[in-house]
Design a protein around this ligand. Sequence first.
Ligand code: HEC
Length: 189
Amino acid sequence: MPSKLRARCAPARPPQSRPPATPASWLRSLLALTSLALAAACSVPARADTAPAGRYRATAKVSSLEQAAAQGAQVFANDTFGTRQTWVPPNAFNSHLMTCAACHTDGGRPEGSTPAGQPIPSLIGAAARYPKFKGKKREVYTLERQIVHCVRAGILGKPPAYDSPEMVDLVAYLTQLSRGATMGTQFSR
Ligand code: HEC
């Protein structure tokens, strides 16, 4: 049911049209540039959820599973999957391109909801509950298939291929969020 699911995956805020340049907007741009310059001057590494959104390319070659999961966290926070859909983060001056993190805040840990009141689940333990039976579709979704669904219906972007580094690393990241969770609780027998 794509239309219903699309509604469930509605953006946190409706897309905004670019307002005309006013003295206030110039001042905001200047402030934004100043904070960027300040950020560049600091040697503290940027947190994954504060890096600028764009096309994040994960590398296939990594030196550990943890490194893959760290790349997955970057994809989660910053990859826009080629979307043109924007949203306005709380307390931000401008709109950002859509990412996983637009809906799944704080790396996907807390529960949330869209303005339409649709629940957004916490992703802690989620990976342990896949494959999952989707009753309305009468299909079994793997974790990868769910990620593809969220990219299509939530981000309105081009989903990563199942064997791409971006997909592999997202799965590694989501599985790390489920570290220690009991597997298979979705089965009744
Ligand atoms: C526009 C909002 C939105 C965006 C963007 C979004 N999601 Fe979701 N996500 C949801 C909602 C709502 C659900 C719950 C309904 C569903 O399963 O589709 C969900 C469910 C999930 C689930 C299943 C959780 C469970 O317990 O079954 C996973 C995993 C997930 N998202 C990962 C991602 C990833 C990875 C991205 C980025 C590629 C992403 N999401 C982008 C809204 C979004």
